[in-house]
Design a protein around this ligand. Structure first.
Ligand code: ZN
Length: 656
C-alpha cells in the first residue's frame, strides 16, 4: 500500500482542518481501506471562544459523510473537554450519547458527530485516522487473530478486543490505552473491526496508517495469503426471466420493490462456486458496519422463503437478550450467491445496490485471505445483531420510508436520448425509478452519469438487439416494471399518391413493429413487476385526428394505437396496464426540425408561431408536460386504469 500524499495537492489546503480534509480524502480514495461512509477521521484544534477562553475542539467526521468526498463542513466541532468527561462516565446509554453529541455541536448546521466520536476524543494525539482495512481484517479474523496482530505489530499498536463502537469501546480504550502504550505506539487495532493511527501531524498520522496496513499486507504475503484469486470461470448465459423472478420473490419478502444487480464476473462467480461456499459465506460480514447495507449473511441459492425464516430465527434468538425492545426489519436478503448465476445484490436504490456489491467484493478477498491463513472466522452473530439493530441505525432506516414513489422500480424508456423520451426518463428518475434509456443515438450512453440510469444503444427494429439490451437492463437493475414506448419517426410530408414504399415501411417498422418487439421481450418481465407492469405508449393527436400529408405517420400511429388496445385486452390478466398519451404540437423534440415545422404549418395555412399554439387553450405543450403525464400514468393515480387514451395537446377541436 502506497501513500497518496502529494505536496502540491496538500498545499491547496489551509490550516490543521484543511489538512484533515485532505488526508481524510486520501484515506477515502483507497477502497481497500474504507468503503462507502466507513472509517473515520478527526483533528483536535485549539480555539478561542467569544469570551477569549482558549479550549480544544474536536473536529470529527459527521455521521453519514463519505471520507473520499468530505469537505470541511463535513466535520462536526465538539468541545474536547466535554467529550472526555462523557467517556469517563461509568455508563452512557446509546440514545443519551447520541443526544449529548447532537446537542454539543459548536456550529449550527454541523452534521451529527460520528458514533465513534468518543474514541477519537480519548486518544491524546492531534490527528486520528480510522479505517476498516481489508488486510487487517483478514489477519484479525483468522485463527489466533489477536496473537497474529501482536506478532505483526509488537508494541507499535495497542490491541483492543471487539467491542461495539460508541461509549463501550471508547470507555474501554480510555482505560486500556495508557496501560498498553509505549513510546513506539502509533496506532490501535480494534479486533474484527478495523485499525486506528494517530500523530500530531496530518501527514504523519495518514502515513502511519499506510505503514501499519502495509505491515499486515506483507505478513499476508509472507504466509502466502495475499494473492488468493480464484480461477476465473466462464459465465453462463444470462437468464433474464429467472433473474427477474428472483428479484420479484425478494421484493415480496421485503414488502416493497427492490432493485437487483447480477454479477457473474470474477471474483463473484468463482466464489459462488467455491467448494466451501456454505461455510465461508455463512459466517458473517468482514466488519460489522457492513451489515446495515448487506444484512448479516447472503442467501445461498434461490430459496427466499428459507432465507426469510432463517433471518426471523436470527432476530428472535438475538432480540430476546437485547437491552431495548427491537422491531424486526424486512425479511428479504440483500445478497444472494448461486453457483449457477454468481452474485446478486439487492437494494431500494441503485446506489445501495452498488454499495452492497462493493462491500461484498472486498468481503470475498478478506475471507479468502483469512482462509489462507488457516480459516475465516467471522464475529459472533450477537455482535452483528447489536450493530444491525442499533437504535441509531434503526432511526436511519426509518428515514428511508420517505423514499420517492417509484423507489426500487425499473423503467425502460425508448428513444430516451432526446425530446419526450429524455423528459420521460427524467420524470421517472425524479420519482425514484431506475431507468434503462434506449436510443439509436450513442449519446445515450453518457447522457446521465448517475447510478440509477443505464443508457444503451439499440436499433429497436432488430429483435436480437432488443433482447440484448433488455438482458443488460435486467442484469443491471433486476427487471422491467414500466415501459415507456416513445421512440418513433415522423417521415417527411408526402401526399398519399406520392408515398414511397420505403417511407411507408420504415414508419410501420419503427412506429409499430419495433414497439411490438420491445413489448414481447418485456412481457414476462412486466408480469413479474412487484407492483404490476405498466406500459405507456406515446401516441399522437394524429390517431384521432390525422393530418393531410402525413399518411405513413398517421397510419403507423393508428396501428400502434390498436396494438396497445389489444395488448391491454390480452395482458390485463397479467396485471399489466397499457395506456396511451396523445400529444400534439410538442416542438422541443428531435422530430420537429425547422423544415418539418414549416411544412406542417403550411399544410394548415398557418404561420409557424400560430401553428405552435394552435389549440383551444392557446398554450404550448412541452416534452416535460407529456413526460409528467406519462410518469403519473405509471403511478397510483392510474392504478385502476388500462386502455385509456389521454390527449395532452392543449385541447384540439378536431379531437374534442
Ligand atoms: Zn469503524
Amino acid at each position: 500500500m502506497k501513500s497518496l500524499w502529494k505536496a502540491a495537492e496538500a498545499a491547496k489546503f489551509d490550516g490543521p482542518l484543511g489538512l484533515r480534509v485532505y488526508t481524510a480524502r486520501l484515506l477515502g480514495r483507497d477502497k481497500s481501506l474504507v468503503l462507502h461512509g466507513g472509517g473515520n477521521a478527526s483533528v483536535k484544534i485549539r480555539e478561542n471562544d467569544l469570551f477569549g477562553a482558549n479550549e480544544e475542539v474536536l473536529y470529527i467526521k459527521g455521521s453519514g459523510c463519505d471520507l473520499e468526498t468530505i469537505e470541511a463542513a463535513g466535520f462536526a466541532p465538539v468541545r474536547l473537554d466535554y467529550l472526555r468527561r462523557l467517556a469517563s462516565l461509568p455508563a452512557l446509554p446509546e440514545a443519551q450519547m447520541a443526544n449529548e453529541l447532537a446537542t454539543h455541536r459548536l456550529r449550527a448546521g454541523a452534521p451529527a458527530p460520528s458514533v465513534e466520536t468518543l474514541l477519537h476524543a480519548i486518544l491524546p494525539h492531534k490527528y486520528v485516522d480510522h479505517t476498516h482495512a481489508d488486510a487487517v481484517l483478514s489477519v484479525s479474523n483468522a485463527p489466533d487473530g489477536d496473537q497474529r496482530i501482536r506478532e505483526i505489530y509488537g508494541d507499535k499498536v495497542v490491541v483492543i478486543p471487539y467491542l461495539m463502537a460508541g461509549f463501550e469501546l471508547a470507555s474501554h480504550c480510555a482505560r486500556e490505552f495508557p496501560k498498553q502504550k509505549t513510546k513506539n505506539t502509533m496506532g490501535v487495532v480494534l479486533l474484527s473491526h478495523g485499525i486506528v493511527s494517530f500523530a500530531d501531524d496530518a501527514r504523519e498520522s495518514y502515513e502511519r496508517m499506510i505503514d501499519l496496513v502495509s505491515m499486515a499486507e506483507k505478513y499476508l504475503a509472507a504466509k502466502k495469503a495475499w494473492s488468493v484469486g480464484l480461477p476465473s470461470v466462464a459465465p453462463p448465459a444470462f437468464k433474464r426471466v429467472e433473474a427477474a423472478q428472483l428479484r420479484s420473490e425478494v421484493s415480496r419478502a421485503a414488502g416493497f420493490p427492490l432493485l437487483s444487480r447480477c454479477n457473474d464476473s470474477s471474483p463473484f462467480l468463482s466464489f459462488a462456486r467455491h467448494p466451501a461456499l456454505a461455510r465461508l459465506s455463512q459466517g458473517g460480514p468482514a466488519t460489522p458496519d457492513h451489515v446495515i447495507f448487506t444484512k448479516p449473511l447472503p442467501m445461498l441459492g434461490r430459496n427466499v422463503e428459507d432465507f426469510s425464516l432463517r433471518y426471523k430465527n436470527y432476530f428472535d434468538r438475538n432480540s430476546k437478550t437485547a437491552k431495548q425492545p427491537k422491531t424486526i426489519l424486512d425479511l428479504a436478503p440483500r445478497m444472494a450467491l448461486d453457483p449457477d448465476s454468481g452474485f446478486a445484490a439487492f437494494g431500494r436504490t441503485a446506489k445501495d445496490v452498488g454499495i452492497v456489491e462493493d462491500l461484498y467484493e472486498h468481503t470475498i478477498s478478506v475471507i479468502l485471505r483469512a482462509e489462507a491463513l488457516g480459516g475465516w472466522r467471522a464475529l459472533d452473530e450477537r455482535h452483528i445483531f447489536d450493530i444491525e439493530y442499533w437504535d441509531l441505525e434503526q432511526a436511519k432506516l426509518k428515514a428511508a420510508d420517505a423514499l420517492p414513489a417509484f423507489s426500487g422500480e425499473v423503467a425502460v424508456v425508448t428513444g430516451a436520448a432526446s425530446g419526450i423520451g429524455k423528459a420521460c426518463a427524467e420524470a421517472l428518475l425524479r420519482r425514484g425509478a431506475a431507468v434503462v434509456g434506449l436510443d439509436r443515438n450513442p449519446a445515450i450512453e453518457t447522457l446521465w452519469k448517475r447510478p440509477d440510469c443505464l443508457g444503451l444503444v439499440c436499433d429497436l427494429t432488430q429483435a436480437r438487439e432488443v433482447k440484448a439490451v433488455i438482458d443488460k437492463g435486467v442484469k443491471h437493475f433486476g427487471g422491467v416494471d414500466m415501459l415507456v414506448l416513445n421512440a418513433g419517426i415522423f417521415p417527411s410530408s408526402q401526399a398519399v399518391q406520392d408515398v414511397s414504399p420505403d417511407i411507408w415501411r420504415s414508419a410501420m417498422t419503427v412506429n409499430v413493429e419495433a414497439n411490438l418487439l420491445v413489448m414481447q421481450a418485456c412481457h414476462a418481465l412486466l408480469k413479474l413487476a412487484p407492483r404490476g407492469g405498466r406500459i405507456v405508449v406515446i401516441g399522437s393527436k394524429n390517431v384521432p385526428a390525422p393530418g393531410p400529408g402525413a399518411a405513413a405517420y398517421s397510419a403507423s400511429k393508428a396501428a400502434m394505437n390498436q396494438l396497445a388496445r389489444v395488448t391491454a385486452l390480452e395482458w390485463g390478466k397479467d396485471g399489466i396496464r397499457v395506456n396511451s398519451i396523445h400529444p400534439n404540437a410538442v416542438y422541443d423534440t428531435a422530430l420537429w426540425t425547422d423544415e418539418v415545422l414549416a411544412s406542417r404549418a403550411k399544410a394548415y395555412n398557418l404561420t409557424v408561431e400560430q401553428y405552435k399554439k394552435n389549440n383551444l387553450l392557446r398554450t404550448e405543450v412541452t416534452s416535460k408536460d407529456v413526460a409528467e403525464l406519462a410518469a403519473e400514468m405509471c403511478g397510483p393515480l392510474f392504478a385502476k386504469t388500462t386502455a385509456a387514451q389521454v390527449p395532452v395537446d392543449g385541447g384540439n377541436e378536431r379531437v374534442v
